[in-house]
Design a protein. Structure first.
Length: 236
């Protein structure tokens, strides 16, 4: 049960990071999403209809960077499906995502608030969307039905399905998904809480650095914890 609990906690954290990045991108990068790509398809269509070149560019760049990031993530995973084994299998992929998020934070600190749809703003969108694409590619390889950390539509839909099935037949609900309704609620809650914090803090210089810092600290902590038993065994 411990690896399963560790996996679920990590996925909830990833959902929070995606919500954080999306809230930041929407408020600071010209109302564009860098994780929730369904919104960008809507922006793309509206921009074409309204002749809004700036919004068209932002949505198109985010979509392309996310697609590229997902491809890179899948290439780094190297298999269509992986088992969760204490993050060891996917650690290099998440380390790559972390590097892009740290680069995003560094770029913001250097550039500050980018004006208009400048090259700096496009670079920030690319870094954030590519990082979220890599995250999506890694989580997809876990093959947990309905669990996608980049956006909560599938997660919310799965929660509704489980509620409906459970009301009719508890066994059918258990067969439909290996995850609990509580876990799905925590995923959605993490996404929302991140947006609340980004909006409440209103400090882009700080909030831009949080996702990369949190993911880096988590990866270091997990690596240290994994190494501790091996050191103890060698000493014994």
């Amino acid at each position: 049960m411990r690896p399963l609990s560790e996996r679920n906690a990590f996925l909830i954290l990833l959902a929070g990071l995606a919500g954080w990045i999306d809230a930041f991108s929407f408020t600071e990068l010209g109302q564009v999403f860098t994780s929730f790509q369904s919104g960008n398809f809507i922006f793309l269509g509206l921009a074409i209809a309204q002749g809004d070149g700036e919004r068209l560019l932002g949505a198109a760049v985010s979509l392309a960077a996310f697609l590229g990031g997902t491809a890179v993530g899948a290439y780094a995973v190297g298999r269509a499906e992986v088992e969760w084994s204490g993050l060891r299998t996917l650690a290099p992929v998440f380390a790559l995502e972390c590097a892009l998020l740290v680069g995003f934070a560094a770029c913001w600190q250097v550039v500050g608030e980018p004006g208009g749809y400048s090259a700096a703003r496009m670079a920030l969108i690319v870094l954030a969307a590519a990082a979220m694409g890599i995250q999506g590619g890694a989580v997809f390889a876990l093959r947990i039905p309905g669990v996608v950390t980049n956006a909560m539509t599938a997660t919310l839909m799965l929660g509704g399905v489980l509620l409906g099935l459970r009301a009719r037949d508890a066994d059918a609900a258990r067969e439909a998904s290996p995850v609990s309704a509580g876990f799905l609620a925590a995923m959605c809650g993490s996404y929302v809480v991140s947006a609340i914090l980004v909006g409440a803090m209103d400090a882009p210089a700080v909030t831009s650095a949080v996702p990369g810092a949190v993911l880096a600290l988590l990866l270091v902590g997990l690596a240290a914890r994994r190494a501790a038993p091996r050191r103890t065994a060698v000493a014994g």
